[in-house]
Write a protein that binds this ligand. Structure first.
Ligand code: PMP
Length: 444
């Protein structure tokens, strides 16, 4: 398998030529919060698959719902004229789930990038229907991650995900993120930094002209960019500014939705109601590729009352409204609610965050620790704390490997090691991750 992998498989987010030098670990089994590789090595999964397996890998109700749905109706198109019963049921469950966020309509997709693509397209269309066709630009944050389709890549903050594919969508502008450890203002105070970032947002809107901007997309807690938790004034500030300028606010809840931040959604965590929210990942706990864009009543009504006949026609995926995805989502949401996974996410997230801070006292290599809001925790590694010199990628890879050998899978993302385990994790299992990291950091 390792040989065939090197010869035939191109992996996402990897250099195809690297497969021989750095062969990926082949995972063959997963149970509860533990994964096993092809060599029989079992570890605690500190990644939740990829920030998505909130209920762990042995969730019977989700498995059974998928099996039953495959038996009854594995698929039928929802394009023009047909749909299925499961997705209708799901849309009502989602309307209840997102009611506190002010979101009541759903457009279904097959994953996060599809959801982001959909939300950006809907934002442009919304303004067009309202007679403001000049609102075409998008704003996002410099450390934000929103996916890999051309539109999503265009709003991604990290040039690594953009440069190789340029020219991208024109009219996308990136605002400094509230990242206290490194920022163009050299401001370490979270509240003052939030105000500086909001001022930069205002300045960009003024420079571009508010009537040229369709939407701003923001992760309520930035995930892949290294778990950046903004000050509590930031998201309300973004909401106030975007609303004042008629710019739609899209909350990218692909990671933060469904309990991960310790509340049911990231937006709710900050007391903000977006105009749209993108979801995917934990909506089905990754048991089936699926996603949904949620829309507010006010935004939805613009489409629903459209008399030009143009609304939405021209956008949809073969697998939009997939009945198996919908069945997986229904079972996942019911199980997450039954277990109130957001509560454990808050408690275990705090345990991991405090554990990371203790590791920082023991390991000089840790420059910064971020998290404390649910099961999203990161440590940024440096070769020198005083100068914050970024560490060599080989060292991060060594820590990662040594941590894996010591019993836990964590995620490498740039200079960060990230921990985003299943939300059902026990205190002891979270401690296994902390102990393994301690050994991994020491060994490397
Ligand atoms: N938005 C966010 C916030 C994400 O973290 C991701 C993926 N990690 C995406 C969008 C893209 O989702 P997908 O990989 O399912 O296309």
């Amino acid at each position: 398998l390792k040989e065939m992998n090197a010869r035939h498989v191109w992996h996402p987010m990897a250099h195809p030529g690297d497969m021989r030098a750095h062969p990926p670990t082949i995972i063959t089994e997963a149970r509860g919060v533990r994964i096993t590789d092809i060599d029989g090595h079992e570890v605690v999964d500190g990644v939740g698959g990829l920030w998505c397996v909130n209920l762990g890998f042995s969730c019977e109700p989700v498995k059974q719902a998928i099996a039953a749905q495959l038996d009854r109706l594995p698929y039928y198109s929802a394009f023009r004229g047909t749909t299925n019963d499961v997705v209708i049921e799901l849309s009502t469950v989602l309307a209840d789930f997102f009611a506190p966020d002010g979101l009541s309509r759903a457009f279904f997709t097959s994953g996060g990038s599809d959801s982001v693509e959909t939300a950006l397209r809907l934002a442009r269309q919304y303004h067009k229907i309202r007679g403001e066709a000049g609102r075409v630009k998008f704003l996002s944050l410099k450390k934000g991650y929103h996916g890999t389709h051309f539109a999503a890549a265009s709003v991604n903050g990290n040039p690594l995900f953009r440069n190789a594919y340029e020219p991208l969508l024109p009219g996308c502008f990136h605002i400094p993120a509230p990242y206290t450890y490194r920022n163009p203002f050299n401001e370490e105070d979270p509240e003052r930094l939030a105000q500086l970032c909001l001022a930069a947002l205002e300045a960009e809107i003024e420079f571009q002209g508010a009537n040229t901007i369709a939407a701003m997309i923001v992760e309520p807690v930035l995930g892949a960019g290294g778990v950046i938790v903004p000050h509590e004034s930031f998201m309300p500030g973004v909401r106030e500014i975007t609303a004042r300028h008629g710019i739609l606010l899209i909350a990218d809840e692909v990671i933060t939705g469904f309990g991960r931040t310790g509340d049911w959604t990231g937006s709710r965590h900050w007391g903000v109601q977006p105009d749209m929210a993108t979801t995917a990942k934990a909506i089905t706990n990754a048991y089936f590729p699926f996603g949904a864009v949620m829309l507010s009543e006010a935004v939805a009504e613009v489409f629903e009352r459209d008399e030009t006949g143009a609304a939405l026609i021209g956008h949809g995926y073969t697998y939009s409204c997939h009945p198996v995805g919908a069945a997986a989502a229904l079972a996942s949401i019911a199980e997450m609610q039954r277990l109130e996974v957001h509560r454990n996410a808050a408690a275990r997230g705090r345990q991991l965050y405090e554990g990371f801070q203790r590791l920082k006292e023991r390991h000089e290599i840790i420059g910064d620790v971020r998290g404390g809001h649910g099961m999203m925790t990161a440590m940024e590694l440096v070769s020198d704390r005083a100068s914050k010199t970024p560490i060599a990628p080989e060292v991060i890879a060594r820590v990662h490997e040594a941590t894996y050998r010591a019993g836990a899978m964590v995620r490498m993302s740039g200079a960060n090691l990230i921990c985003s385990p299943p939300l059902i994790m026990t205190e002891d299992e979270a401690q296994v991750i902390l102990d393994a990291l301690d050994k991994g950091l020491a060994a490397a």
